[in-house]
Design a protein around this ligand. Structure first.
Ligand code: AMP
Length: 303
């Protein structure tokens, strides 16, 4: 089982083309949208009484165990962002914590032995609290964001030393280490304790740094990118989903997992929220996996 913790949000998103309000979002939502396609998933999170029933139902439809989803008096976490024309950079317009402000995650006894833990982007103290409650998971992966690097650095540093893998984007890797080269940044992060560091490079794909193993994967080539919100979370979900499905976190499985993550993320960016990810079926995913694999295949070259 994969235990996922993170934010569950109502997002208002502005892209250069369109605006949408109260879209189902949050790091845990996108992670679950991906993991549920691959392995048993249990969610730990909090929403307010304003959280629409149709959104709660979506998790149930995905087969996600929502015993750990708390409904508290108050408002659901809300985030609002506006994308620049490159659809990569964005400005956060507002963050309203709502019920998240007093969130104290409690893992039901039945989930404490979860083998795989996905620590979605939330305050690192909350990520610690999950690790304090679980019993010997096989593999833990964590995500973070610039906000926590800026305001919760000590807690984040301690967290990095407690997890098996950390997923960061290029900017976060540089911010966390002060290194310009992403290869050096990954090496510095590896020294802090995790056995794997995965650096997301937006439309350029992702790299895996694991001991002597270095692996680069392209992003799935799309003509139209609609909304990149949640791409990183979906990527992480695909990665840990594959690790759980294979019940292995060796380098080869992680490489495959990065392809699965990239592929699922390519669906997420084709719509607002989880709409497109939700509709992706095995056939569509397998076709993209095949394309992705072919992108870097070359015959042996000898001069
Ligand atoms: P990503 O595009 O992968 O960075 O993830 C986007 C999701 O992160 C959105 O759906 C937001 O609701 C959520 N989010 C934004 N800011 C925060 C925050 N401070 N804590 C937790 N989740 C957040």
């Amino acid at each position: 089982m994969i235990l996922t913790v993170g934010s569950i949000a109502l997002d208002t998103i502005e892209t250069p083309h369109e605006k949408s309000e109260d879209v189902l979002g949050g790091s845990a939502t996108y992670i679950c949208g991906a993991t549920a396609k691959l392995a048993d998933t249990a969610l730990i999170g909090i929403v307010g009484t304003d959280f629409p029933d149709r959104y709660s139902q979506l998790f149930v439809d995905w087969g996600v165990d929502t015993e750990g989803l708390e409904v508290a008096g108050g408002s659901t976490f809300r985030w609002s962002g506006r994308y620049h024309s490159d659809m990569i950079h964005r400005d956060t317009l507002s963050t309203e914590l709502g019920v998240f402000e007093t969130f104290n995650p409690v893992i039901p006894d039945s989930k404490k032995k979860a083998e795989y833990i996905a620590l979605g982007n939330i305050h690192p103290d909350l990520q610690h609290s999950i690790l304090d409650q679980v019993e010997k998971p096989k593999w833990v992966v964590a995500d973070t964001m610039k906000l926590w690097i800026d305001i919760a650095r000590d807690s984040l540093d301690r967290l990095i030393s407690r997890v098996d893998a950390i997923v960061v984007n290029d900017e976060e890797a540089r911010d966390l280490t002060g290194e310009i080269s992403l290869t050096s940044a990954a090496a510095v992060l590896l020294e802090k304790g995790p056995s794997a560091v995965i650096v997301k490079r937006g439309e350029h794909g992702a790299s895996l740094h694991m001991g002597e193993d270095l692996f680069y994967s392209p992003a799935f080539p799309l003509h139209k990118v609609f909304d990149t919100t949640g791409a990183g979370d979906t990527f992480l979900g695909g990665l840990i989903g594959w690790v759980a499905k294979k019940d292995s976190a060796d380098p080869e499985t992680l490489k495959e997992g990065i392809h699965v993550g990239s592929c699922l993320a390519s669906f997420t960016v084709e719509s607002f929220g989880v709409q497109s990810l939700n509709m992706a079926n095995s056939d569509g995913i397998n076709k993209r996996l095949e394309v992705l694999r072919g992108l870097t295949e070359v015959p042996e070259i000898v001069l």
